[in-house]
Ligand binder design. Structure first.
Ligand code: SAM
Length: 365
């Protein structure tokens, strides 16, 4: 059995833990931003394909307690089977984190590990690295003098589903958008609205959750370039994932007052395979509410410093008024920490991070 680490954004650990358990893997440890679990080789493909809320899936190559000097550290890194893990010509990137440890100098940890890896691969020779061929990321975790050597199996972060163009105003990170849909309590049968949809991230993630579509089906992962993992592992997991999709129809509505965001959002939805399953309209949020809404609103209205030209404060006040309508269940994400005070209403709050920004998900009680 292998040990894995699925990293998470702060605040999403419980959701990440649940999605690992849903795939029948045994959790061995949960820490802030880190979920460790045990699984066979297929877990590399399965969790990369199915993680909606996680950031990166690492394979734990080695764990050792009481590593307190650089000589011992060098030897442990050196003795790993790097010829197996690093395809010829690939660039080797070493990142490190140190918490409460005697070996705390991150740049030295990185430098020594790279030296040990190079020596293990080519002896005293020079390692030829070509970024265009590919990159392997090794992560060193030093925590309370316990060393963990990790291999990045995902490549770029798992929030990159492969459907979205990197445009739009302040787009929400895809795994945060998926988390909002779950935290809102939406049960799939009622209509779901995003009245500030930008690049449709919430709508697309909601549809993928409702239809049980594996979020990683449209992208590639680092491990797919490694010849020690049989090709069939991924092929079998993809086949299994496709068989698990539901073909029900859902009522998902996305609207935004800006025409220019629509075209790129439509392309994203079409690439995700959903353009005709999300109903889009170009309108102000008040107009949408006036026309009559019943169901769930999950939105990411403009807020913070990045969207100066929008009337964020006015929108927040306006939204608070509609929080009282009994036929509408609301949930919005905002970095406006005064929102609750200004709207003089109590919400169920959940602390989250969108990228690096502290936010709250305010949910109507
Ligand atoms: C933070 S962005 C939403 C980003 C989106 N969640 C995404 O992932 O791309 C806020 C959006 O609200 C829209 N907006 C601003 N004021 C609005 C209003 N009064 N009515 C409707 N949409 C509005 C902006 O055009 C922008 O796309």
């Amino acid at each position: 059995m292998y040990k894995y680490l699925l990293t998470s954004s702060l605040g999403l650990e419980a959701l990440v833990k649940k999605e690992v358990q849903k795939q029948d893997y045994e959790i061995s440890e949960v820490q802030d931003k880190a979920i460790y679990f045990l699984g066979w080789i297929e877990a590399i493909a399965r969790m990369n394909l199915w993680s909606r809320f996680g950031n990166v899936l690492y394979l734990v190559l080695w764990e050792e307690e009481k590593v307190r000097d650089f000589d011992a550290y060098f030897d442990i890194v050196y003795k790993q089977d790097w010829k197996k893990y690093i395809p010829e010509g690939y660039e080797v990137v070493v990142n490190a984190t140190a918490i409460k440890s005697e070996l705390w100098a991150v740049s030295t940890l990185q430098w020594v590990a790279k030296k040990a890896i190079v020596k293990s691969l080519v002896g005293e020779g020079k390692l030829r690295e070509n970024t265009e061929k590919g990159v392997v990321e090794i992560r060193i975790l030093m925590e309370n003098d316990t060393l963990r050597i990790l291999l990045n199996t995902s490549g770029v972060g798992l929030h990159r589903r492969g459907y979205r163009e990197l445009t739009g105003q302040a787009p929400l990170k895809e795994n945060v958008a998926a988390a909002l849909v779950i935290l809102s309590g939406w049960k799939f049968r009622e209509p779901l609205y995003d009245l500030f949809c930008g690049s449709w991230t919430i709508a697309i993630e909601a549809l993928m959750i409702a239809k049980n579509v594996a979020p990683g089906l449209k992208r590639k992962f680092a491990f797919q370039n490694w010849n020690w993992i049989p090709r069939e592992v991924m092929e079998d997991e993809k086949k299994r994932a496709v068989e698990m999709q539901f073909a029900w129809e859902y009522k998902i509505y996305a609207s935004d007052m800006r025409k220019e965001v629509v075209e790129s959002a439509k392309r994203s939805a079409s690439f995700a395979g959903f353009s005709w399953e999300i109903e889009f309209s170009c309108q102000d949020y008040k107009e949408a509410i006036r026309k009559g809404i019943s169901g769930y609103i999950v939105s990411n209205p403009p807020y913070g410093l990045r969207l100066d030209e929008d009337d964020s404060e006015g929108i927040h006040k306006g939204l608070a008024e509609y929080f009282t309508q009994p036929n509408i269940l609301w949930g919005i994400i905002s970095s406006d920490l005064e929102f609750e005070k200004r709207s003089k209403t109590k919400y169920k709050k959940r602390k989250l991070y969108n990228w690096w920004e502290l936010c709250y998900f305010y949910k109507k009680i």
